[in-house]
Design a protein around this ligand. Structure first.
Ligand SMILES: Nc1nc2c([nH]c(=O)n2[C@H]2C[C@H](O)[C@@H](COP(=O)(O)OP(=O)(O)OP(=O)(O)O)O2)c(=O)[nH]1
Length: 134
């Protein structure tokens, strides 16, 4: 099983969603930025690397959300709450990013494996993670 790691980047009570451009069946659908963990790499290091590549910023991980969701036969998705500590996230590989508040999580067409993480994410955002002054 290969781990795919996604970052729930939180800022001021909103989370960053990114729109995929490939492959064709996933283009236009939304995900948490991230990617596959490489051989010999920790999940944490993989996520920091992927976000630097995809969004050009440095992040720090807060904690991994509960659960792992199968993506097809060989992969599974794990999600960590994280925040940006250097630079501004700008899409290099996605065609759009959006910051979504807890009441906006249903406004975008997420890839299926991401959906089970949304209730916990909504609760965390409503509980004020990443709000100014915290
Ligand atoms: N990054 C990411 N991938 C996701 C999410 N949800 C989901 O089903 N996936 C799927 C899409 C892809 O099939 C796979 C991750 O592939 P990727 O293309 O992002 O990974 P990568 O950057 O390591 O890419 P590659 O070098 O293997 O092409 O997991 C998600 O929230 N984030």
């Amino acid at each position: 099983m290969i781990d795919v790691v996604g970052a729930a980047l939180v800022h001021e009570g909103r989370v960053l969603a990114a729109r995929r451009t490939h492959p064709p069946e996933a283009a236009g659908r939304w995900e948490l930025p991230g990617g596959k963990v490489e051989d010999g790499e920790t999940r944490d290091a993989a996520l920091v690397r992927e976000i630097a590549e995809e969004l050009g910023c440095r992040i720090v991980l807060d904690h991994w959300l509960d659960g792992a969701v199968r993506i097809g036969p060989r992969h599974r998705l794990l999600v960590a709450l994280a925040h940006v500590v250097e630079g501004e996230p700008r899409p290099h590989e996605h065609d759009l990013v959006r910051w979504l508040g807890p009441d906006e999580l249903d406004d975008v067409d997420w890839l299926e494996p991401d959906r089970p993480f949304l209730p916990e994410l909504g609760r965390l955002l409503r509980g004020h993670v990443g709000r100014p002054g915290q």
